[in-house]
Design a protein around this ligand. Structure first.
Ligand code: FES
Length: 176
């Protein structure tokens, strides 16, 4: 298979999938007919990396976590995805929601820990505080900001879907 000639049409992708599942089932792999030299730019070309992020990781779901990593309400996990970092948070109703790990004030990284349990996330820079559902709850020195509609400044949410015991995020901005 050659992965650098994107995009493939649906038929080609389906054939690749069939081949891959066949390899998994038969414990085999693809072998070239002869010694194959791989262009090293496949691993280092920034333009190709951008295309991969946009055309592959930006459009298909990516497995980001196993459900068991967030067993209890308010458990969270920061996950680096191809396009950005997200925070996954187990909600009180059992669902998992995901947010871009960026403070809505000036774009600082919001959650520094890899994992834990927390009801609120406070930005270390100026103290803006967000609830686990992404809503902006508190602005430090709020009167100095004038009229701010907090309901418009929640964390940026990414689509997340749980399948079986894994959590998956379907998004153009981030995937899991
Ligand atoms: S950048 Fe987060 S509170 Fe200012």
């Amino acid at each position: 298979m050659v992965f650098t000639d994107l995009p493939y049409d649906a038929g080609q992708k389906a054939e690749f999938a069939r081949q891959m599942f066949g390899h998994i089932e038969n414990r085999t792999t693809d072998l070239a007919d002869e010694i194959l030299e791989v262009d090293p730019r496949s691993y280092s070309d920034p333009a190709l990396a951008r295309r991969e992020r946009a055309e592959i990781f930006g459009t298909v779901p990516v497995v980001a976590a196993h459900g068991s990593q967030l067993p209890e309400p308010h458990d969270f996990l920061t996950v680096q995805l191809p396009n950005n970092e997200i925070v996954l948070v187990r909600q009180p109703d059992g669902e998992v929601r995901g947010f871009v790990n960026i403070c809505r004030h000036r774009g600082a990284r919001l959650v520094m820990d890899d994992a834990g349990s927390r009801r609120f996330f406070s930005c270390r820079y100026h103290g803006w505080t967000f609830a686990g559902d992404g809503t902006l709850r508190a602005i430090a020195h709020e009167p100095t900001f004038g009229q701010v509609d907090k309901s418009c400044l929640g964390l940026l949410e990414v689509p997340v879907e749980q399948r079986h015991v894994s959590s998956g995020s379907w998004t153009r901005r981030a995937v899991m």
